[in-house]
Design a protein around this ligand. Sequence first.
Ligand SMILES: [Zn+2]
Length: 82
Amino acid sequence: MMKYKHEDYINSGFYSDMDSDVENHKEKIVKCRKPHKCAACQGDISIGHHALYETGFMDGKPVSCYTCTPCLDKWIEEGDDV
Ligand SMILES: [Zn+2]
């Protein structure tokens, strides 16, 4: 389940605080059609679950990662405290 609206998760991703290193950084909420590993907690993201999918280029090489919504919820909550 997602606690926040989709747009609230944008810019809260794994690469978001490394924007200077990731070129052409894009992120969007996706519903997984295959199982993925969360880049942050290494937990499994099951089929049908939402995740933040990020892509970009680092040192000229394409990079991508998925982050599970529990991690995003935690980051958003931590961000709210600041
Ligand atoms: Zn996670």
